[in-house]
Write a new protein. Structure first.
Length: 151
């Protein structure tokens, strides 16, 4: 079965996903001191939301089926500059850690794990995330076209 399906590019929706990623990242920062598992979960979800925005900007979305988080990570992995491969490896490791913490009673998130998740999510979203650059280019082109004055 196919893991992806076409998705109409909607820059407003992408903006909302990036804003949600930013909120989840801020939440992760606030809760690090008292709930490591929730911090890791929020950091992972921030990366996932940003990745969904990236995927949407390319006209795709993951199908709702088992393994769809893997499909999202693989989509980004296949399209980013290879110098950021380390971030994707940590993103995938966070996916597995989150799953263990959520579904397995042996899953434990240490303070170090939560801090690493937060740092990785910050790097992923603010330092490089390709969707932000792609989005900025599209918005600038749209503004220059004269088709809209309120975007």
């Amino acid at each position: 079965m196919k893991k992806l399906k076409p998705h109409k590019v909607d820059w407003g929706q992408i903006d909302r996903f990036l804003a949600s990623a930013d909120k989840k990242l801020a939440s992760a920062q606030k809760i690090l001191a008292f709930d490591e598992e929730a911090c890791l979960q929020q950091a992972y979800e921030a990366m996932l939301k940003a990745s969904l925005g990236f995927m949407f900007s390319h006209g795709f979305r993951a199908r709702s089926q088992p393994g769809h988080h893997i499909a999202i990570i693989d989509f980004v992995r296949a399209r980013i500059d290879k110098k950021h491969a380390g971030l994707i490896m940590v993103f995938d490791r966070l996916r597995r850690t989150r799953n263990m913490a959520l579904y397995d009673d042996t899953g434990f998130v240490s303070h170090h794990d939560a801090e690493q998740a937060l740092r990785t999510a910050q790097s992923y979203i603010f330092s490089y995330h390709p969707c932000r650059h792609r989005h900025a280019e599209a918005v600038n082109a749209y503004r220059k076209s004269g088709l809209s004055t309120n975007y």
